[in-house]
Design a protein. Structure first.
Length: 198
């Protein structure tokens, strides 16, 4: 059985998006600041990053079997054009599944029964691989429910000042972490992984 992980590109002051969903050009600049090409599950999206970040990304892809995201991210990205860039089935936690899509196919599965049900469905899909959770409300709900095993931070040297924190309004606090259990230095990003103490 794989682990349940969450990860995000984050500013030094703790934000995964700036005010009014800004700042992504700064947070995601490491996806394009090198010369190693990384194709994704989206045919029109190829990253060009450094060797260190490329190795980190490849390991992440190889070990991830399914994702859990919220409806807000699904809508904001316009469903990534039909397939998540990580090229795995994505479980979307929502109160209102879209009427124009099936509830489940190889690209997206919609779950309405809460974070525990969404993570359980993703684990079923992932098999022996890891389940990845997006940051923000999904990460916070899963951490509050005791479902998260590891937290990855792609720490970007920028201060956004305000916006969406990685873990907004945690109900369970403090949460102690072990590590970093992995530290990879890229260009304009440091990839850190921590284990959640349970």
């Amino acid at each position: 059985m794989g682990k349940v992980t969450t990860g995000a590109s984050m500013s030094i002051d703790g934000y995964i998006a700036g005010p009014e969903e800004s700042g992504f050009d700064l947070l995601f600049q490491w996806y394009g600041n090198g010369d190693v090409e990384l194709p994704t599950g989206h045919p029109d999206m190829t990253f060009k990053t450094t060797k260190a970040s490329a190795e980190y990304w490849r390991s992440l892809i190889e070990n991830t079997g399914a994702l859990v995201v919220g409806r807000h991210l699904y809508d904001f990205t316009k469903a990534w054009g039909g397939r998540h860039p990580m090229d795995v089935t994505t479980v979307v936690l929502t109160h209102n599944p879209p009427a124009d899509r099936p509830l489940a196919d190889e690209n997206f599965v919609f779950v309405t029964d809460g974070i525990e049900a969404a993570v359980a469905k993703a684990k079923e899909i992932a098999g022996d691989k890891n389940v990845g959770l997006n940051g923000g409300q999904i990460a916070r709900q899963a951490l509050d429910a005791g479902l998260v095993d590891e937290i990855g931070v792609d720490l970007v040297p920028v201060l956004l000042g305000a916006g969406t924190p990685f873990f907004p309004s945690l109900g369970v606090k403090p949460v102690q972490l072990e590590g970093p259990i992995s530290l990879i230095e890229g260009k304009a990003v440091t990839h850190l992984t921590y284990r959640v103490k349970k």
